[in-house]
Design a protein around this ligand. Structure first.
Ligand SMILES: Cc1cc2nc3c(=O)[nH]c(=O)nc-3n(C[C@H](O)[C@H](O)[C@H](O)COP(=O)(O)OP(=O)(O)OC[C@H]3O[C@@H](n4cnc5c(N)ncnc54)[C@H](O)[C@@H]3O)c2cc1C
Length: 423
């Protein structure tokens, strides 16, 4: 039976980390739960600032979304700037927009500074119109993003088709600030850099309990404990155990399929400038090439569920529609991951106790945001300055009908893919 929890990125990762399990009792200024971008970025920042840091990961670094995603390093959230301001107010909205506009620079600067072998390509991204109506949406986004100072370019039908090599796009929004990475290698690279800066990284070490103690916190895993003044919980959609601090979100599956490396001829006809792409479809599609020239296509859906074969049939059909020259290419690697979606699509920081913060709800945009949120949460705790946080922390956060909404998304994705695979 296929294992959809084995992303291609595990086979092509050239970053290495030697991290033991936690055995015995240790103390630290900052304890971090979760080894994805958010946790590893926090660990790197805190260790570079001279704090003693201990990160506990339940499985291996990048086990969660950070090791499974598309690898699009975007500048900003899904939401256009006006909607971010509507949720956070003018000042808070402008601050988050600016922080996330700079997020790709933060990501690529860390990659360069620490020599991370994560296939960085800062050639921009293309948000492609899947229809004429999609192009209208891109025009509105272009206007708002330009007003906010973003150097985005709107490409008409012809230019977008030349740029992508696909006859199926109806225009595109090019963002030169963005790019692509090998996502798992970036997570492992951050952990390796944090370790080199002095952070203690423990893998296969699930935190089973978290409680306050005089002057700080005690974290228990099955073979050890950590005592720390401050805590960051960075478990997002892969939170396990710790019922008292479980984040609230709608869990949405997103899958990807990859071909074998394409021949030089085929490769030259597809995304010759190497951008990463996604489209305006309500049930969206993503596509990109990796460094070896594999074509990677993605869409919403759970490959392990009842709709799994429908999703794969759709991916085959969509591949041929986007690039007719790929019609005969087999889809040889398939995997999926869970996205933590919040109702307003804005990530949340919750104060889970004194000197203890949790972040979640990146809603499918976590490479830049996770890096920035982890960095600023660590700074805020070390400097005891809540104003450094990218969004104000809230004492608690809840979502309604999460199970029902999850089923709604999965059914919607399966039905859409079923119809499109048969057209
Ligand atoms: C398929 C897919 C495609 C995506 N595409 C993109 C994209 O192209 N661009 C983009 O910007 N974002 C994308 N995202 C979103 C992005 O991957 C996530 O937002 C980001 O990885 C979240 O990082 P994180 O560190 O907060 O959480 P995660 O990477 O999920 O890490 C959480 C970690 O916490 C660990 N953990 C949980 N509980 C415990 C515990 N009790 N003790 C110890 N450890 C624990 C987990 O094992 C996990 O490793 C995508 C997500 C998915 C799933």
């Amino acid at each position: 039976m296929a294992d959809y929890d084995q992303p291609l990125w595990q086979a092509t990762n050239s970053e290495r980390l030697d991290a033991p399990s936690l055995i015995g009792d240790v103390t630290a200024d900052l304890a971090i739960i979760g080894g994805g971008y958010t946790g590893c970025s926090a660990a790197l920042t805190a260790a570079q600032a001279g704090a003693s840091v201990c990160l506990l990961e339940a499985h291996q670094i990048g086990h969660g979304g950070s090791g499974r995603n598309v690898g699009l390093v975007n500048a900003g959230l899904w939401l256009p700037p006006d909607e971010i301001r509507a949720h956070l107010g003018q000042t808070g909205g402008d601050r988050l927009i600016k922080l996330l506009a700079d997020a790709p620079s933060e990501v690529f600067a860390r990659i360069e500074a620490h020599g991370m072998a994560c296939e960085p390509m800062r050639n921009g991204t293309l948000h492609c119109a899947h229809s004429v109506a999609g192009y209208r949406d891109l025009k509105a986004r272009h206007a708002q993003l330009s007003d906010a100072g973003a150097p985005v370019q709107l490409l008409g039908v012809e230019r977008s088709r030349q740029r992508t090599g696909s006859p199926a796009v109806h225009g595109a929004l090019f963002d030169p600030r963005a790019g692509t990475i090998q996502p798992l290698a970036y997570a492992v690279g951050l952990a390796r850099a944090a370790q080199q800066a002095g952070a203690r990284i423990f893998t296969q070490s699930p935190v089973q309990s978290l409680r306050q103690d005089a002057g700080g916190w005690i974290l228990h895993s099955h073979t050890g404990t950590v005592r720390a003044r401050s805590v960051i919980q960075a478990t997002n959609a892969y939170h396990q155990g710790l019922a008292g601090t479980a984040p609230a979100y709608v869990s949405v599956y997103y899958f990807q399929y990859a071909t074998a490396p394409l021949s030089d001829n085929l490769r030259a006809s597809i995304l010759p400038e190497g951008e990463g792409c996604w489209d305006t479809g309500l049930i969206m599609t993503s596509f990109r090439l990796d460094r070896a020239g594999r074509f990677v296509i993605g869409g919403m859906g759970d490959l392990g569920g009842a709709g799994g074969s429908v999703h794969k049939a759709w991916a085959r059909r969509k591949l041929a529609e986007l690039y007719p020259q790929l019609t005969d290419q087999a889809l040889i690697e398939g995997w999926h991951g869970r996205i933590a979606m919040t109702s307003d699509h804005i990530p949340k920081i919750t104060a889970i106790g004194p000197n203890a913060l949790a972040a979640h709800g990146f809603s499918g945009r976590g490479i830049g945001p996770g890096t920035v949120f982890g960095h600023l949460m660590a700074q805020s705790l070390l400097e005891d300055d809540p104003s450094l946080l990218p969004v104000p922390s809230v004492p608690g956060y809840s979502e309604n009908w999460t199970g029902l909404r999850r089923a709604f998304f999965e059914t919607g994705a399966a039905l859409t893919h079923l119809v499109k695979a048969r057209l």
